[in-house]
Design a protein around this ligand. Structure first.
Ligand code: MF3
Ligand code: CO
Ligand code: CO
Length: 271
C-alpha cells in the first residue's frame, strides 16, 4: 500500500511529523514491545535462535502486522538475535542457547504503515557478574541518551551522554553502527551517533521520530562483519550488549513508543 508521507523535511533533511502521527508510531511501537515481552518466556537453555525467530514471525503475522526485516536488503528473518560477542545483526538459525549466554533480540514491526523498532537483552542460564554489569551499563546509556532528548538540545547531546557513561564505566561505544530516523520508513536521516560532543549536530525539534540503540562493549570498540555479510562481532571477541527504543520528540521531552506494557524491557533474570 502506498501512502503519502506526512510532515515535512527540515533544513537538516530530518522529517518533522505533525502531532497526529504519534498515534501510528505508538501502536507500532507497542506491538513491537509486546512481541519482545512475549519472547522472554522462550529464552531458555537448549532453545535455538531459529525457534525464537519463528515465534516472533508468527506473533507479528497473527497481529496483522508485517516484519520490516524480512526482505530488507535480502535479510530473511523476523528478528536479529545477537549472542555474546555478536554486536548486532546476528542471523537466527540452528544455534542452541547455552548456560551464561547473553543475547540481544531486535524486532521491527510495520503496523498500518508505521515502523516500531526495538531491541533488548535476554539471558540464558546463569548470568556472570561481568555480563550483568555490561547489561546494566548499556541499559543506563540508553536511558541517559533518552533523557537528553528535548527540543533545543542536539543529537550530539545524546551521543555525549551515552559515551560519557559507558567510558566512565571503562566500557567502549561501538562507532560502526548507529540509530536512525524512522516513521513510515525503516531507516531515514539522521544517523543517531552514540558518541560525540555536547552541542554538536542537528538541533532536536518536536515531531522528529528516531531510534537510540547504543551498542556497548566490555573491550575495545572495534567490530567486523563476518562472511555471511550480516553478523557483526567485536574484533577482540569480548562481550557486547545493546538496547533500542523508538522515540518521538515532544514539546517537553520525548515519548518512548516501544516501552514494555508489562515493565519487562530491562531483563528480569532473577525471576
Ligand atoms: N532493527 C535493526 C535496526 O535497529 C535493523 C536490522 S536490519 C536486518 O536498525 F536486516 F538486519 F534485519
Ligand atoms: Co534501529
Ligand atoms: Co532494531
Amino acid at each position: 500500500m502506498h501512502r503519502a508521507k506526512t510532515g515535512f523535511l527540515n533544513s537538516d533533511s530530518i522529517r518533522i511529523h505533525p502531532a497526529e502521527d504519534f498515534a501510528g508510531m505508538r501502536a507500532a511501537g507497542q506491538l513491537t514491545a509486546k512481541c519482545l515481552d512475549m519472547i522472554a518466556q522462550y529464552v531458555k537453555l537448549g532453545v535455538t535462535t531459529g525457534e525464537l525467530d519463528a515465534r516472533i514471525q508468527a506473533f507479528i503475522e497473527d497481529a496483522g502486522a508485517v516484519s520490516a526485516t524480512i526482505g530488507y536488503r535480502g535479510y530473511e528473518h523476523a528478528s536479529c538475535i545477537s549472542i555474546n560477542h555478536v554486536v548486532c545483526h546476528g542471523i537466527p538459525g540452528s544455534k542452541v542457547l547455552k548456560d551464561g549466554d547473553i543475547l540481544n533480540i531486535d524486532v521491527t514491526c510495520i503496523l498500518d504503515g508505521w515502523f516500531g523498532d526495538s531491541s533488548r537483552m535476554y539471558v540464558a542460564g546463569k548470568l556472570s557478574r561481568r555480563d550483568e554489569r555490561l547489561i546494566e551499563v548499556t541499559h543506563e546509556t540508553l536511558m541517559l541518551g533518552i533523557a537528553a532528548v528535548k527540543p533545543g538540545n542536539t543529537f550530539g547531546d545524546i551521543g555525549a551522554a551515552i559515551q560519557a557513561y559507558a567510558e566512565g564505566n571503562r566500557m567502549s561505544v561501538v562507532r560502526d553502527f548507529c540509530g536512525h530516523g524512522l516513521g513510515q520508513v525503516f531507516h531515514a536521516a539522521p544517523n543517531v551517533l552514540h558518541y560525540g560532543r555536547a552541542g554538536s549536530g542537528a538541533v532536536l525539534e518536536e515531531g522528529m521520530f528516531f531510534t537510540i540503540e547504543p551498542m556497548i562493549n566490555l573491550g575495545k570498540s572495534f567490530t567486523k562483519v563476518l562472511a555471511d555479510g550480516w553478523t557483526a562481532v567485536t574484533k577482540d571477541k569480548k562481550n557486547t550488549a545493546q538496547f533500542e527504543h523508538s522515540i518521538g520528540v515532544t514539546a517537553e521531552g520525548c515519548e518512548i513508543f516501544t516501552l514494555s506494557p508489562t515493565g519487562k524491557f530491562y531483563p528480569t533474570w532473577s525471576a
